[in-house]
Design a protein around this ligand. Structure first.
Ligand code: AMP
Ligand code: MG
Length: 351
């Protein structure tokens, strides 16, 4: 299959191009497109055969459900049986935007799309290209991240092309994704909102709005063996570049010293080392590749660059990757959730 790439300016979306891409979706094809979180790999979310192609192209386990993307609230009624009061408040506050709500599904949503669950994840993205494409297709669009399963999510069209060239029909290139981390997933089917996957809509924001909310214990890390994730996809290894990632936690200077010592050791064995650093520390490292995610306090920039840095270190040929760790509050909870998973929970503590 030849993958066609269309370039689109998000500030002035070319509707004729959107029509062509929407046509591919209506005919059961696959179209990758930019959203404000990461690039999505889209298919008609009500067409089980079209969605099967998503699983095949990504190599995604079939019990890992897809999120349906909508471009209007009337599309929501098409796919869910009920909209609880708490979810209305969340929609008013954060839609369109980087938030997915788990709601009871209607029969028209195939069970093969929800991993056999009677609930469905729904998101109303704010990205103008995503909105234009979904509106043109006039369908709920299933769109997981457009990467090979297990790899870091794509934040640029070039990442999608690298993973999906020849496997999908179309890539709509609308520039870099804004947030760079997947949406916050919130389960609103119970008495209280539960965050199943942290993202740019933070626990603090949800708590302020609803008065009360919690985070699925499985998000907070390994440790508790009983904590089986409620979001099925969260149990799989994720976001991993080829090179093993190790996180190093401790005081700023101690972390730099420890990583430099590890890099020296690796070099002696002929291995190339990549470091995910910050503006504050980047000049202190002696490693083959040192990439700064941003200033330590600037969670927005760190979140936006995280996956691109992991991909770039792979591309540059790092055999080992060491990363600094970040504060686990605000968007930092999402950043650390992805980093811990990328590292398979390997953390070195230094004093
Ligand atoms: P991705 O599309 O790659 O960002 O992954 C979507 C994730 O959303 C899945 O891996 C699940 O963890 C979660 N998800 C989707 N639908 C549901 C659902 N009905 N219940 C719980 N979690 C879900
Ligand atoms: Mg994904």
């Amino acid at each position: 299959m030849k993958t066609i790439v269309y370039e689109v300016n998000p500030q002035q979306v070319d509707l004729a191009v959107m029509e062509k891409a929407a046509d591919v979706l209506r005919q059961g094809g696959l179209v990758a497109f930019p959203t404000e979180t990461v690039y999505g790999l889209g298919a008609n979310g009500l067409d089980a055969a079209a969605c099967k192609k998503i699983y095949e192209a990504k190599g995604r386990p079939s019990d890992n459900p897809l999120i349906l993307h909508i471009a209007s609230l009337s599309q929501l009624d098409q796919i869910v049986t009920e909209v609880p009061e708490m979810s209305k408040k969340l929609m008013d506050a954060f839609w369109p935007g980087p938030m997915t709500l788990i709601l009871p599904k209607k029969d028209c949503v195939p069970l093969s799309v929800t991993g056999g669950l009677d609930t469905v994840g729904v998101r109303f993205p704010s990205h103008p290209v995503a909105q234009a494409l979904i509106a043109a297709a006039a369908l709920p669009i299933a769109a997981p991240s457009a990467n090979v399963s297990g790899k870091p999510s794509p934040t640029k069209a070039s990442h999608v092309l690298f993973d999906m060239d020849g496997k999908i029909d179309v890539i709509v290139d609308g520039g870099a994704a804004d947030f760079g981390l997947e949406s916050t997933i919130i389960d609103v089917t119970g008495p209280e909102a539960v965050i199943l996957r942290p993202g740019a809509i933070t626990l603090e924001m949800v708590e302020t709005l609803l008065g009360k909310a919690s985070v699925d214990p499985a998000v907070l890390g390994k440790g508790d063996e009983k904590a089986v994730p409620k979001a099925p996809g969260m149990k799989y290894t994720h976001y991993s570049p080829k090179a093993p990632v190790t996180l190093v936690r401790g005081g700023q200077e101690q972390v730099v010293e420890a990583i430099n010592a590890l890099a020296k050791e690796a070099k002696a064995q002929g291995k190339k080392v990549g470091v995910l650093a910050t503006e504050e520390t980047k000049d202190g490292y002696e490693a083959d590749f040192v990439l700064s995610a941003g200033a330590r306090e600037d969670q927005k920039t760190i979140g936006a660059r995280l996956f691109a840095i992991l991909r770039k270190l792979d591309y540059l040929g790092a055999d080992l990757i060491y990363s600094e760790v970040f504060e686990e509050s605000g968007e930092g909870l999402a950043i650390m959730n992805r980093l811990k998973k990328a590292a398979g929970y390997e953390v070195i503590e230094v004093k």
